[in-house]
Structures are given as structure tokens and as C-alpha cells.
Write a protein that binds this ligand. Sequence first.
Ligand code: FCB
Length: 437
Amino acid sequence: MRFCRSDFPPDFMFAAATSSYQIEGHAYGGAGPTHWDSFAATPGNIVRSETGAFGCDHYHRYAQDFALMQAAGFDGYRFSTSWARVLPEGRGTPNAEGLDFYDRLVDAMLSHDLRPMATLYHWELPAALADLGGWRHPDIANWFADYTQVIMDRIGDRMFSVAPINEPWCIAWLGHFTGDHAPGLRDIRATARAMHHVLKAHGTAIQTMRAMGMSNLGAVFNFEYVHPGDKSAKTAQAARRYDQAYNHFFLSGVFKGTYPAEVMAGLEPHMPKDWQDDFALIGTPVDWCGLNYYTCRRVVHAEGPWPAWADVPGPLPKTQMGWEIYPEGLCDTLRMVQREYTQDLPLYITENGMAAAHDPQREDAARIAYLDDHLDAARQAMAMGVPLQGYTFWSLLDNYEWALGYEKRFGLIHVDFDSFERTPKASYHALARALSR
Ligand code: FCB
């Protein structure tokens, strides 16, 4: 690695991230079914129809995972709690085993010197709520507030930070517009509702935790740096439309109390009743903002109804996901978020990393270079005045990469999905050396 810990301010946090459904093993401990289970059981949705039933067996092996994190010198662990593990029906009676599990998990983090950075929703909606309409249902923000209360009553006394929702765009757009993620809808009305309700749920959860006296509450968004894919004026407009929908819609809702005109041009007829009245809730103040960043996208104009865009492949080297490697976009995105939305609010990189096929001979060189280049970009942004306070690597472990199953390996630690054996990769060792200096 080209960097070491002492290149960053003394209180800068290095963390690694995972999420519940991707690693825990959803089959264990009395968790209820989620919409990812039904999505996976429907032919054609997921590579080899894989599910999170066994994940990385983190449910039983978390102490080993935290020992590896502690040995690498991480300061924090960004994890998520599963709504369906806490409340198998989404509402009603909590699952005592699930609450006990998160209680043990948090104690184990602390005993390994890892600050708990919780996310309350990383995509596995209880199937019972999906049956009622899931993110389309106007009451979902209240159901989410009740779940927030139940889980934080149990672990809220030990959190370093909490964000209610991971990546509103993916939940709403990939789940309801493109159908790539659960629940697999392709419906603009469902999309408009999900986009708005997800932000209302963010707001009710923040208010619930404030009322409990909790602090260091934030919001986590995902970003892609958008390049127009050709030089035409129509493409310039399409790229701007994409940028507004992907990178600005949710931030604008939370930090400005409004949605971008380019997006409302398509969604307004499909929005829930009286949506304009919800911005006081959506804009409930937060203490920090988290950015998930992986890649850039090249967008062109496409004939057809709104949003009338398509993407085209770019020339840069790509990861196992086919995502172009574009570290400059991280620096630009951090600066954009600070300039347009968050000003002095602390920022965290809450996810960054790359998938690479398992290849021990090549010693994980691509991942080490990716990490170096993105940490350079982060430092450049800091030198330009961005109040960045931490960097979180995605992911600690190879895991369940949603519709792409277990094939895409994002981990610093290799997982054998038959034996669940963990083997730290060269990037883990390089990172551990960098963090010790
Ligand atoms: C993010 C998700 C995370 C993982 C990475 C690769 O969008 O938050 O669960 O899938 O991408």
C-alpha cells in the first residue's frame, strides 16, 4: 500500500463493512422470510437461484471474523441488523433469539475494539410486509420506526453511529423500476412511491432514535460519477437526468427539502398523495452523511418515454462486476456533496471496494491498487477542505452479492462457501501493514 495510517488525521476511522443478509446465514436463529427469499425462489432472478440462507455463516463465526478485524487494526465495523430477524412478521412479536444475537454481536465488536456502526435496513424486507405492498405502502415509515425502536431498545446504548437506510436509490430503483433486485417490480408508480417512502422511513427512524436520546445518526447514499456517453445535446440532457435521479434525488430530499425538477418530470404523476408535506420529516437533521462509491457510468440518450437514457461501456479497466475503475470520481463526488448539500457536516466513505475473481497467484494486486487509488482520491478531497472522517472498505468477507449470487468476490478475506473457511487475502495483509504504521 502507498498509504499508512499516519498519513491521515489521528481520529480518522478505518472500518470494514458487511450486511446482515449477505453474511449472517438467514436460515439460523428464527428469522422470518424476506422478499429476497421469494425473489431468489422465482426462476431467472438470481445466478444459480442462490439465497442468503447460509451466507458466510457469520451467525456462528462472528468472533473469528472480529478477531481478524482486530488483528488488521480496524477501528470500526459497519454492519446491519435484519428487520426479519428482529421481527419475523415485520411487525408484532419480536424474535428473542434475534435480539439476543445482535446483543452478543455488539458486545463481541466492543470486546474486539471495534466501534459499532449500524445500518437498520440493508435490503431484506420481511416478506409479510412485502405482501402488504412493501415500500409502496404509505404506512411503511411507521412500521420501520417501530422496528427501529425494538432493535435500538436492545443495542442502542452501545452504538458508535447509526444510519437507518443503506442506499435509497438501490432499494427504490433497482427493486421497483429495473426489477434487478427484490421485489423485482418494473413499475414507475411503485418506484415513485418507494423513492419517497424510503426517505420518510429514514426520517421516522432518525426521530425515533433522537427521542431515545441517541446521537451520531446519519444517512448513507450511493453515487456513480456520470459521464455523457457521446457529444450530442440530447445525451447531455440524458446524462444530467441520470445524475439527478441517481446522485441528487435523495440528498436533495434530505438536505434541501425538495426533489430535482428533471426527476419530477417523470415521477410527479405517480407520487403518493400530499408528498410535498413530508419534507419536514424527511429533513430531520442528521449528524453525518455517508457515501458509497464504486464506479462511473456513461449515459446516452435513448428514444422512448422518460427517463429516456441508456448506458454504454467505457474504456477504463473493469472489476469482476464489469464496473470501470475511476477513483477521480470519488474525489469529485465528495466535493460535490460537501459543496451542494452538507457543508460542515462530517462525511464518511461508508463503502468502497472491488470484486475480483479468486486468484491467489496474482496476490490480489488489483484490489490493492484499487484501494490505494481511492484512498489517494479521499486524501485529495480532504486537502481541498472536505471534512472526511472515515473510510469503510466493502467488504470484510466475500459474500452474497445479491442477484449475482456468491460468484463476485468483494472480500479482504476469502470465504470457501462449502466449508466456510476464512483465508485473508493479500489485500487484507497489505491493509493491516498500512494501518499499523
Ligand atoms: C452496494 C451494496 C452492498 C454491495 C456492494 C457491492 O451497493 O450496499 O450490499 O452489494 O454494493
